[in-house]
Design a protein around this ligand. Structure first.
Ligand SMILES: CC(C)(COP(=O)(O)OP(=O)(O)OC[C@H]1O[C@@H](n2cnc3c(N)ncnc32)[C@H](O)[C@@H]1OP(=O)(O)O)[C@@H](O)C(=O)NCCC(=O)NCCS
Length: 174
């Protein structure tokens, strides 16, 4: 039985560890998962990203965590909160982000995990409001934001992306 930082009905949240390397790399190199995200990265870059997510948790007590399906123990996605890493009209700010493995799509996991992460952010007094952003054509991610009752607050050019630059920003007060 794995130990979780916190849980929701079906899900357990943990800091990524060495046993998650293959999952994290597969997720970050899946063309469908990465369709609206900045380019697919090398294994080396993804492992660096994994270390940086571990450091966020060590330093701040929050990050993008790995989310397990508690019943099976399978990892199903990376979801959590962390500071926005670029300047935009809504920064400085804390963002919520999600990436779910394809075989788990459309089963309510992103919504359940994000709802729990927002509760965690409120309980721990991480911020008064949380931002989310995504490209104009990422309708699934916008759907999660709308289902969470986040409000569209404006549009901006996302600096880390060469394609799908136009992004929408959403906000929710905690
Ligand atoms: C976006 C993503 C995380 C959604 O994960 P998910 O677990 O399938 O989402 P949920 O099942 O919780 O869906 C929540 C709501 O989002 C919307 N939604 C999810 N997938 C959708 C799709 N393919 N088309 C339209 N709306 C969609 C729906 O409103 C859904 O509510 P409903 O099922 O009651 O209709 C997943 O598609 C993903 O990982 N995509 C690739 C990575 C990515 O783009 N991340 C976001 C970067 S900003």
């Amino acid at each position: 039985m794995k130990e979780y930082l916190f849980e929701s009905k079906r899900l357990g949240f943990r800091v990524l560890d060495d046993n998650d390397k293959a999952f994290f790399i597969n997720l970050g190199q899946d063309p469908e998962v990465m369709k609206y995200l900045p380019a697919i990265e090398s294994e080396e870059k993804l492992l660096e990203k994994m270390v940086s997510l571990q450091e966020f948790h060590r330093n701040l007590g929050y990050t993008f965590w790995v989310v397990d399906h508690k019943e099976t123990g399978d990892q199903l996605g990376i979801i959590g909160v962390k500071p926005v890493s670029f300047e935009a009209f809504f920064t400085p700010a804390i963002e919520i982000g999600w990436r779910v493995a394809k075989k788990f799509w459309r089963q309510g996991f992103a919504f359940e995990a994000a709802t729990r992460c927002l509760e965690f952010a409120k309980e721990k007094n991480i911020a008064k409001e949380i931002i989310a952003f995504t490209s104009f054509d990422n309708l699934s991610s916008q759907g999660v934001m709308r289902k969470l009752n986040m409000k569209h607050i404006g549009d901006f050019d996302y600096p880390h992306s060469e394609e799908n630059i136009k992004h929408l920003a959403f906000r929710i007060e905690l």
